[in-house]
Design a protein around this ligand. Structure first.
Ligand code: SF4
Length: 472
């Protein structure tokens, strides 16, 4: 139960059959990405070049009520987005996606998962050209760059390729022109993006679990740097930005993605189980049961149990029915945490418990978990973490935590263990990370554990990014 928040999720559908209810298909598919963002959701549909959209705060059912979706009508191309908070700030309505804009060639809709590391530079450049922004997000910058490039470019593909050449950072983009659906993944492949089919629709999505949950067919990952264009002529791949050094986000395997997704040829579920097995080898301890912190610690706990031979048991129950409104309540956080997570007394009372979580960010949740297990009667609580100490902020996703908030940036393992009140604490070693996705021949980003950022992050203070909005 990481204190790190999820990423955003993007989806785009192109139907070859006009009888398909594409809004309904997008709405249902979006549910498979709900874990990537719960702050807002939106859908845009394109009917012969006219784009209608609806977006609002909250989880999908709350943000996208039936009566609003009915007003969107139907079409052959659609985009969907689930949003997580950028920079930990409250998300204004104009920062929700899809972003729909009118420009010289008609309408354009766009949604993004990722974060630009040259946001300030690009925004300043556009400001100097008298650009007027509605939002303070990266999506609008990208839309502006595409619209500007389109003035001289002969096709939307050319305009997108020119625009993305100016971007630095992590991005998985789904965009819709009057007649095309386009997906673009950053050259390092930091954020995931794949494509497949659902019925007669071609689909671009953040994760492959979309295809399983809709009874569709996963075709392949969009390659780092690749642009995929879907139109009436079929699927076209543009690879002129492919072939460079990759930096696939390791945290997709540890936390962001759903366990039933396969990213870059690596099963997220198997990757987490492998982390659990490695933890058991690196930090063995005598105990009666192993339990996982829902949701992302579960698979690693199963791996730990398999490797150690210690019984796996459900030790913690997560309340799955909590939405944004609950998270915004002004109660003390201890109280809220108790409602979100509870210990299962029958399985831990009088037992020596190993509890596995995916990561520790601030440490407060881990401390609460140890306390819950002790109150439920656990005689010993040994915390094991299926990732190395999280020491450095990530500037490449939508929710950047500052270094002061990272407990492992300032405390040793022993100090963190004492703070949590656990009997012992063990992290996965940094060297083990390469084992988690060993089937892939791509290179990975592990900067939040090592500080080795794959690109320049000196222009990336999210706080500055948002205060800049007020100044301007
Ligand atoms: S710094 Fe961490 S969370 Fe950010 S992209 Fe790299 S591995 Fe992923």
């Amino acid at each position: 139960m990481s204190e790190l928040h999820d990423e955003c999720g993007v989806i785009g559908l192109y139907s070859t059959d006009t009888s398909v209810d594409i809004v309904e298909e997008t709405y249902l598919s979006l549910y498979a990405l709900q874990h990537r963002g719960q702050v807002g959701a939106g859908i845009a549909v394109n009917q012969n070049g006219t784009i209608r959209y609806y977006k609002d705060h909250g989880m999908i059912p709350e943000a996208l009520p039936e009566k609003e979706l009915a007003r969107l009508g139907n079409g052959r191309i659609a985009l969907g987005h689930v949003k997580y908070s950028s920079g930990g700030t409250q998300v204004d309505h104009e920062n929700l996606a899809p972003l729909v804009m009118r420009y010289i060639k008609g309408q354009l809709a766009l949604c993004l998962n990722g974060a630009l590391t040259n946001y300030h530079e690009l925004r300043e450049e556009l400001h100097q050209g008298a650009a007027i922004f509605q939002s303070n997000g990266d999506t609008e910058i990208i839309a502006y760059l595409i619209a500007s490039a389109r003035i001289n470019a002969s096709t939307i593909e050319e305009a997108v390729q020119q625009a993305v050449k100016k971007l630095k950072g992590a991005y998985a983009i789904a965009l819709m022109s009057p007649s095309k659906l386009i997906g673009v993944r950053d050259p390092m492949g930091i954020r995931p993006l794949c494509y497949g089919k659902i019925g007669t629709s071609y689909v671009i999505a953040s994760e492959s679990c979309v295809f399983d949950s809709m009874g569709g067919e996963f075709i392949r990952d969009i390659e780092p740097g690749e642009m995929l264009v879907i139109d009436d002529e079929g699927v076209h791949s543009y690879r002129e930005n492919c072939g460079g050094k990759t930096a696939i986000c390791m945290f997709e395997y540890i936390f962001f993605s759903r366990p039933d997704s396969v990213i870059n040829g690596v099963s997220v579920n198997l990757s987490r189980q492998r982390a659990g097995r490695l933890l058991a080898q690196q930090h063995p301890v005598e105990a009666d049961v192993v339990c996982g912190v829902p949701d992302c610690g579960i698979e690693s706990a199963i791996g730990y149990a398999m490797e150690s031979g210690i019984l796996y048991a459900t030790g913690l129950i997560k309340n799955k029915y909590i939405g944004r409104a609950f998270n915004n309540r002004k109660r003390n956080s201890e109280y809220l945490m108790r409602i979100k997570l509870n210990a299962l007394k029958n399985n831990v009372n009088g037992k020596r418990v190993i509890v596995i979580d995916d990561s520790i960010v601030k440490g407060k949740t881990s401390r609460h978990i140890v306390s819950l297990l002790r109150q439920a009667g656990a005689s010993e609580v040994h915390m094991r973490i299926a990732s190395p100490p999280f020491r450095c902020p990530c500037y490449l996703n939508s929710d950047t935590t500052s270094k002061e908030n990272l407990i492992a940036a300032t405390k040793t393992t022993e100090e963190i263990c004492a703070y949590m009140g656990a009997d012992s604490l063990g992290f996965l070693s940094v060297e083990s990370l390469k084992e988690l996705a060993k089937e892939s021949n791509l290179s990975f980003c592990d900067a939040c554990f090592t500080g080795n950022y794959p690109l320049d992050v000196s222009d990336t203070s999210r706080e500055d990014k948002y205060s800049k909005k007020i100044e301007s």
